[in-house]
Design a protein around this ligand. Sequence first.
Ligand code: ZN
Length: 271
Amino acid sequence: MKRKNIFLILVGIILALVAWGYLGWFVFKDAKESKEVISEIKENQSANEKQISSDLENSAIEDEKDDWEQVEKSEVESEEDKTEEKKDKKENKLAEKEKEGEEKEEDKKVEREKEKEIKTNFISWGYSTSGRKAIDTIIVHSVYNSLGGDQYSLSKILDIFKNYNVSAHYLVDREGLVHQLVSENHVSWHAGSGKMPDGRTDINAFSVGIEIINAENDKPTAEQYNALDNLIKQIKSRNKIKYVLGHNDVAPGRKTDPWNFDWSRVGGKQD
Ligand SMILES: [Zn+2]
């Protein structure tokens, strides 16, 4: 072979090697690049996935949080409801207690009114502090001012009592106010001479005398009937009463009072 040929062949081989190498590098480079792209894509994908899962997790947490908040809120609300309910119950109880208190106050007031219906107005004549016997009789009378002027005048009626030296334990005015003139422990001179259904004659000794202010030409008032009814009940609660009678029942022919009197308004006559 000629040296020139060998040189040409060598050059050819070198060229071929260079070309192959170039080509190879190219391919390698491409491959590397595509690998990088793939890895980038993968990285992105994984990042996305991470983001998504993190988002999901966050949203789950958020949801859970929301749920808890909801639960807590509803619990608070129901707690508030309960508190409200308790408050309502308390208020109702308070209202009930208040009502009861008011009713009790009303009862007390009625009680006081009843007490007030008896006005102590003791007189100094017409009775005896001795000779009192066990009380078992109530005698009801009528009286009015026959001296002229106001026929219901209390002071004039007391003047008449004083003039005759008589009295009664109680005197009920037209408004239903009860005046106590003589203590029940004393013998009031109200009945005069008379006779009980059982034959006893010392009527003042064992009886309580009650005068109603009314005349022969009128009737006792509703207030008087109510007051008298209460008074009779009170006297009965303190004493074992056998008789509740009118003056006319124990002194017939001599006395006609109580006038125009309806016994059914005070629990009836007791004879
Ligand atoms: Zn009388």
